[in-house]
Design a protein around this ligand. Structure first.
Ligand SMILES: C/C(=C\CNc1ncnc2c1ncn2[C@@H]1O[C@H](COP(=O)(O)O)[C@@H](O)[C@H]1O)CO
Length: 253
């Protein structure tokens, strides 16, 4: 009688010709060989998971937060930077943690305002082909390898988005929020555009082209509000929170 030899690879049973010549432990402990596996998708999944774990672990403890977006290229002496700095400070005084992309320009200005007001000033940095690093006003920083992990962190841990003038990165962040709101994937939260002369032409295009051509509904236009006033911006966010809290206490009754 031939003895059937089973080989267990975790939950998988292998027999006959499928039985490997070495065990998993042997392969793990064998340090020789190519390092190509580090660049394979299964290994990337582990790194992606690690980023989620790190992000969730750090951000879940920071309390109520608002994200501030805007150009990485805005000079420190630009009026938009002054607005971002003031908004960072106002948000902290209203009890919020301020979350930005941790980079230069508008991000740095918002972090500066938040830190100067004695608040938690978060930077969710991103690994880029050119090193920029976290700006000096960040007091809680996480550097992400993967844009999509970082993007989820902004949405999951912010209860409002403040969007100052910016380029494609800023537009990407704005339209991701609008898509999630429009499709009901995220519970209603305020999106405030700061800078009426910058955002006005985009809103005109949304109305005159997208709405006119039936690509969006009139209600979609209500997903954003525009202001030039930092205090009004923060007031809208606080009011939205009160409305949300009132709605959730109604449903709890
Ligand atoms: C291009 C420059 C720096 C890039 N450094 C960045 N660091 C962190 N976050 C960034 C960076 N660049 C873009 N972002 C994200 O996109 C938004 C800004 O993009 P935009 O195209 O400049 O509008 C911003 O909100 C970040 O989340 C210059 O040295």
């Amino acid at each position: 009688m031939t003895r059937r030899r089973d080989y267990q690879r975790g939950p998988v049973t292998l027999r006959g010709a499928r039985v490997p010549a070495s065990t998993t432990d042997q392969r793990l402990l064998d340090t020789r060989g190519s390092a190509d596996w580090v660049h394979t998708d299964p290994w990337r999944v582990m790194r992606i998971q690690a980023e989620f774990v790190e992000g969730f672990g750090t951000l879940s403890e920071l309390g109520r937060s608002v994200a501030v977006f805007g150009s990485a290229r805005t000079p420190a002496d630009h009026p938009s930077a002054a607005l971002a700095e003031q908004i960072g400070g106002e948000l902290v005084r209203a009890g919020y943690t301020v979350i930005t992309g941790g980079g230069p320009g508008i991000m740095e200005a918002a972090n500066k305002g938040a830190a100067a007001a004695g608040g938690t000033s978060v930077g969710l940095g991103i690994e880029l082909p050119f090193e920029t690093g976290l700006n000096e006003h960040v007091n809680v920083g996480i550097n992400f390898r993967y844009f999509f992990v970082r993007k989820l962190m902004f949405v999951k841990y912010s209860e409002g988005f403040v969007v100052l003038p910016g380029g494609v990165g800023t537009l990407d962040e704005l339209f991701e929020a609008l898509t999630l709101l429009q499709t009901g994937k995220v519970t209603s939260f305020p999106v405030v555009l700061v800078g009426s002369s910058f955002w006005g032409p985009l809103l005109d295009w949304l109305r005159e082209t997208l709405l006119a051509e039936g690509m969006i509904t009139p209600e979609d236009l209500d997903l954003v509000r525009v202001t030039d006033d930092p205090e009004e911006c923060v007031r809208w966010i606080v009011e939205a929170r009160r409305e949300r809290d009132a709605r959730s206490s109604d449903t709890a009754l």
